[in-house]
Design a protein around this ligand. Structure first.
Ligand code: SF4
Length: 63
């Protein structure tokens, strides 16, 4: 499995100094049928440091 060595999404609770600390991540296309650039992708594992709801609607709290 590949390892994420850099992520600039500092709002994610898994982000520590621009490194991802999640055990695994799921990357999805961001609603486009055809992905042509990085802008067309998104990390489905993202969790806000403030807490919130995941994509399935499950409520989670910050760590
Ligand atoms: S879970 Fe996704 S958004 Fe969060 S730090 Fe890891 S790669 Fe970045």
């Amino acid at each position: 499995m590949s390892r994420i060595v850099k992520c600039m999404c500092e709002e994610c609770l898994y982000n520590n100094n621009n490194a991802c600390t999640a055990d695994a991540v799921e990357i999805k296309s961001s609603n486009n049928l055809r992905v042509n650039s990085p802008d067309d992708t998104m990390c489905n594992t993202f969790r806000s440091r403030k807490g919130g709801k995941d994509k399935e609607g499950n409520i989670y709290t910050s760590l």
